[in-house]
Write a protein that binds this ligand. Structure first.
Ligand code: ZN
Length: 415
């Protein structure tokens, strides 16, 4: 099949006017100028999208479709701990059937906004078998053992059994304040065995920083109240705590401090947030350059009024930076176009093209599939979207300004 559009934005070289893509089954086999593609693949069925911009489907690197049904239900709270209490109260009202409906609705909405790949954290990995995602999905089991750390292994092993049938999956120890060191380590053991991914929330709120660094603040009090062992609090940042927990980490952390060349952390974690970083954290990050991926969620970030995201410093340190919507308990919709616009409101110096990279190329890298996800090129998955083109502005500006549902979407070669 040949698909032609007024402009093809490949994210791999300049946009191609009067461009076309040749697709065979679920892969792109060729891309270029329309006359060249039609000559090289004569006799193929032609789909002419007309005055449209074709681009790679968008990649949401962090979200929780469990909470799609909580859109607008939780007004911003004074403290992060209060927000956790509020979402826990909402969650207590939901049944398994409600969650299935919520996740299903979330997939449909994400797809409507042109998302073709999603990293979806779910607190209910057992429900994944009841849902057939309409887009490419990495199911991550979100794991919390703060109330029963002695059962960390069991929790991980059960999640693995639930997610094993999924095409793509991973594990998500929730955060250093809710997941024990054993839980993190058990997840890393699984990754050494299975070809899966790891993600976690890290340094999201000021309260997480004061909990770990100062043994103080509303999150510290809340966690202590529910019986968490607080002996890891008082003299480290959330980043210290994380790096002290993960694979080869004690070695890595020690080496990072003593010998900048000896760092071995190559776990490839997808780390959500990193909003709250101390100066000492940046020194530490210097030694972990490019070793993990970072997901920023601009609208959720604004909702919580976190400290400014250190975009430039993290980028200059070489981290692969992506965007995610987070959940609708702290965001208004699942549009990555809106997420890119929100991001650029905070970072106007970033070009529209660089913002688009964060939801295409960079997402593909974070998911460990840079050769098949996030670009239009030979051998890439045929995950494509098209939006109307007015032809008058810069094509990347035009893409970022798009605020409608996407009407033409191909996922894995199927429209
Ligand atoms: Zn999250």
């Amino acid at each position: 099949m040949i698909i032609r559009a007024r402009v093809v934005v490949t994210m791999d070289g300049p946009p191609i006017d009067n461009g076309a893509v040749a697709v065979s089954r679920n892969r792109i086999i060729d891309v270029g100028k329309f006359p060249e593609i039609s000559a090289r693949h004569s006799g193929q069925q032609l789909v002419d999208l007309g005055e449209q911009v074709m681009l790679p489907g968008l990649i949401n690197a962090h979200c929780h479709l469990d909470y799609t049904c909580l859109r607008g239900q939780i007004p911003p709270k004074k403290s992060f701990a209060d927000w956790i209490r509020a979402i826990n109260a909402e969650k207590a009202r939901l049944s398994a059937q409600d969650y299935v409906a919520s996740i299903t609705e979330g997939f449909a909405e994400a797809k409507r906004f042109g998302t073709t790949t999603i990293a979806n954290l779910t607190a209910f990995p057992e429900l994944s078998a009841r849902i057939d995602p309409p887009i490419r999905t990495w199911w991550f089991a979100e794991l919390i053992d703060v109330r029963s750390p002695e059962r960390a292994n069991e929790l991980v092993d059960r999640a693995v059994e639930s997610l094993k049938p999924a095409a793509n999956w991973g594990l998500a120890p929730h955060a250093p304040f809710t997941a024990s060191t054993n839980l993190y380590r058990r997840c890393e053991e699984v990754v050494r065995r299975e070809n899966v991914l790891l993600t976690t929330h890290l340094a999201e709120s000021r309260e997480e920083m004061s909990m770990f660094r100062d043994s103080a603040g509303p999150l510290y009090e809340f966690m202590k109240e529910i019986g968490r062992d607080m002996s890891d609090c008082g003299d480290q940042t959330p980043l210290d705590r994380f790096l002290g927990t993960v694979r080869d980490s004690s070695t890595a952390l020690r080496s990072a401090r003593n010998d900048k060349k000896a760092v071995r952390n190559d776990a490839g974690w997808i780390v959500a947030h990193l909003n709250e970083l101390a100066e000492s954290d940046f020194e530490l990050l210097e030694t972990f350059k490019g070793k993990f991926h970072v997901v920023h969620s601009p609208r959720s970030h604004d909702y919580f009024a976190h400290s400014p995201f250190a975009f430039e410093r993290l980028r200059d340190l070489g981290f692969n930076l992506c965007l995610g919507t987070d959940s609708l308990a702290s965001n208004e919709n699942l549009s990555l176009f809106a997420e890119m616009r929100a991001f650029r409101r905070g970072e106007p110096a970033v070009s529209p093209k660089d913002a688009l990279e964060m939801v295409t190329v960079n997402g593909g890298r974070a998911l460990g599939r840079p050769q098949v996800l996030g670009r239009i090129g030979a051998n890439y998955f045929a995950d494509l979207i098209a939006i109307p083109s007015s032809g008058i502005t810069d094509v990347f500006e035009e893409i970022l300004a798009f605020d409608q549902p996407v009407h033409w979407i191909m996922v894995n070669g199927k429209t």
